[in-house]
Design a binder for this molecule. Structure first.
Ligand SMILES: Cc1cc2nc3c(=O)[nH]c(=O)nc-3n(C[C@H](O)[C@H](O)[C@H](O)COP(=O)(O)OP(=O)(O)OC[C@H]3O[C@@H](n4cnc5c(N)ncnc54)[C@H](O)[C@@H]3O)c2cc1C
Length: 282
């Protein structure tokens, strides 16, 4: 017989949440700070996602962008893409929305313990990675070092700009970011070029290193090639997130399958060696 998860809470029933604040990150992305209406913690792990809904509209999977070590709220960084996310972008503090979850396989924190971390994000991928980055900030003694690399299309697409400068000055951390192109009129004086340009001069002991990649599909092959060149060639050294269009979020509908795996349940976080041989995975 079907057993509802989480203390009789149905996996299909949205839980009401209150919107505490909305902050503009870029012209297309906003950060939503939320709290469950019953004031309990979401109890997610970095890398997990929720299915977010507005009554009368559809649902969409959105990664949690804050760490469970930050209590009393959780945050979602949402790009305006279609009907639901546009409606979310029109909401203001005080509004109520629904969430299901948290769902999915998180980043494998045990495997990162004591390691030198290379955390690599492209575009909107910084949202899920931020949950792990904040976790590392709050538990910095558990990691040898944390190097963050982030690439965006243009200066105005750089998300979490305040966080980027905070991370540069965090204990044990370094943070570098680049934009593909900058308009001639832009006063942006940071680096330009692809994210792999930032990775040419990485100093790491490959033996004790673990990399995490979250970004758009075209980023994966070149970034993985750069990591291989650095010497990250053993199993369980490269973790990545595979996002596919999803429906149920709980492994029932098969909408997000890649061969025998479902991205919503077996992922979205995978070890590279679990998926690199699967057709259409990377
Ligand atoms: C595990 C997971 C985590 C995600 N986390 C985030 C997040 O943190 N922030 C965020 O802004 N978005 C995230 N997304 C993407 C988000 O779920 C989609 O953009 C969603 O469909 C938007 O809903 P909508 O109704 O506004 O737009 P829709 O009308 O559903 O779609 C708008 C456009 O986006 C395309 N699309 C839908 N889903 C995806 C997808 N997974 N990959 C690529 N294109 C897609 C559609 O084909 C369509 O062209 C995540 C997706 C997954 C699977």
């Amino acid at each position: 017989m079907h057993q509802p998860a989480r203390n009789q809470q149905s996996i299909y029933a949205p839980r009401p949440c209150r919107l505490l604040s909305v902050t503009e990150l870029t012209p297309n992305e906003k950060l939503f700070r939320l709290q469950l209406c019953d004031k309990t913690e979401l109890q997610h792990q970095p890398g997990q996602f929720v299915q977010i809904s507005i009554p009368g509209l559809t649902e969409a999977p959105i990664s949690v962008a804050s760490s469970p070590t930050r209590k009393g709220y959780f945050e979602l960084g949402i790009r305006k893409a279609g009907q639901l996310t546009s409606a979310l972008h029109r909401l203001q503090a005080g509004a109520q929305i629904g969430i299901r979850g948290p769902f999915g396989r998180p980043f494998q924190l045990d495997a990162l313990d004591g390691k030198a971390l290379l955390l690599i994000a492209g575009g909107c991928g910084l949202a899920p990675l931020r949950s792990l980055i904040q976790y590392c900030q709050d538990r910095s003694d558990e990691f040898a070092s944390v190097q963050i690399f982030y690439g965006a299309r243009s200066p105005e697409d750089l998300m979490f700009q305040q966080d980027l400068s905070d991370w540069q000055s965090s204990h044990n951390f370094s943070c570098r970011y680049t934009v593909d192109n900058k308009p001639a009129t832009s006063c942006f004086d940071g680096e330009t070029g692809l994210i792999t340009n930032l990775m040419n001069d990485i100093q790491v002991e490959a033996e004790n290193c673990c990399a995490v990649i979250v970004g758009p599909p075209p980023m994966y092959h070149p970034v993985i090639a750069s990591l291989r060149q650095l010497g990250l060639n053993k199993p369980k050294q490269i973790m990545l997130s595979l996002e596919r269009q999803m429906r149920c979020g709980v492994g029932k509908c098969g909408h997000c399958s890649i061969e025998h795996l479902t991205c919503c349940c077996d992922g979205p976080i995978f070890w590279l060696e679990e998926v690199e041989h699967l057709r259409g995975a990377l």
